[in-house]
Write a protein that binds this ligand. Structure first.
Ligand SMILES: *Cc1c(COP(=O)(O)O)cnc(C)c1O
Length: 318
């Protein structure tokens, strides 16, 4: 059963809560980027969140609203990356025990980041799907609250605070470009834009190497697709009913190549002194790939995260 989408009131409540625990992130415009792309680009810097990615907004809102009985037992999530850090950060903030299940052969830097936030890491399963099945069984067995990936209104409402900040600061944006993995970001953008800036369009971006959300949106049903992108934050093989339903409000959904994403990553580094991980550079890749579609517009570009690992960094610089 698909949960009900959060209301704009829930997003406003979440924004107040998130503001008590996380700083507003800056949004800057870079003249060289504007000139290069022929648009007025405003980069929203979620890469400077304490966890290095926007997801922590959803984690903070979810953990803050967890009933006390559940807080005492603890939470369990499964993720290899930014979702894990988000839940671990929020759990530490509210003094909740946290376990993260990761599939085998995890990125050691990400394991270290999650452990440093005080969470317990358990390595189980060959793939994310298997890790997820293990996580569900473990949560049941230990009486822990299982945190889902995207089908949770509290996650989406928390992420909505990002788009409230953007549109409060720049209500005149013509379009917001959002990278998509599971779809919490893009669905939150749709919810907030339709409520507070209905003439602002929302365009989603995914890697052509992992098009599950894109294909689901186009086909109007949930489909699975192989994952062949190097962009961690976008490497999702399935689609989620709650965000997909809200994403009906998207104006367009664009696919970009990993090469376009790397070119955008380099452009952000060299012209906007911004270290974006691949997923965080995907919106700029969409502008590069579709320059004509965005020419002359005021574009809100979400740099969703900056957690590029050593190998990814070497590749951008090389
Ligand atoms: C998770 C993530 C995304 C995708 O967000 P969804 O809400 O899963 O669509 C984009 N960029 C970064 C950096 C992420 O961590």
């Amino acid at each position: 059963m698909t949960p009900t989408p959060p209301s704009i009131t829930a997003v406003l409540d979440a924004a107040r809560l998130v503001a008590a625990h996380l700083p507003q992130t800056p949004m800057w415009s870079y003249p060289v980027l504007n000139e290069r792309l022929g648009a007025e680009i405003h980069v929203k810097h979620e890469n400077v969140q304490p966890t290095g990615a926007f997801k922590v907004r959803g984690g903070v809102n979810l953990l803050a609203r967890l009933p006390r009985s559940r807080r005492e037992r603890g939470v369990l999530a499964y993720s290899t990356g930014n979702h894990a850090q988000s839940i671990a950060y929020a759990a530490r903030l509210f003094g909740v025990p946290c376990t993260i299940v990761m599939p085998e052969n995890p990125n050691e830097a990400k394991v270290a980041a999650v452990r440093a936030l005080g969470a317990t890491v358990e390595i189980k399963g060959a793939t994310m799907v298997e890790a997820g099945e293990h996580a569900a069984a473990l949560a049941e067995e230990r009486g822990l609250h299982l945190v889902g990936v995207a089908d949770d209104p509290d996650l989406i409402a928390g992420v909505g605070s990002l788009y409230l900040e953007m549109l409060t600061r720049r209500p005149d944006l013509d379009v917001i470009v959002v990278p998509v993995g599971a779809g919490t970001g893009a669905s939150a953008a749709c919810l907030v834009a339709s409520a507070v800036a209905p003439r602002c369009r929302v365009v989603a971006v995914q890697s052509a190497g992992a098009p599950a959300a894109h294909d689901s949106w186009r086909e109007g049903r949930l489909v699975r697709r192989p994952v062949r992108t190097a962009a961690d934050g976008l490497a999702t093989g399935s689609a989620f009913a709650l965000p997909q339903g809200i994403m009906r409000g998207l104006d367009d959904f664009v696919l970009v190549s990993d090469d376009d994403i790397r070119a955008a990553q380099w452009l952000l580094l060299s012209e906007a002194h911004t270290l974006a991980e691949m997923a965080g550079a995907a919106p700029l890749a969409a502008l590069i790939a579709r320059e004509d579609a965005f020419a002359g517009l005021k574009v809100g570009l979400v740099c969703t995260g900056g957690n590029a690992g050593p190998a990814e960094l070497r590749r951008v610089l090389g």
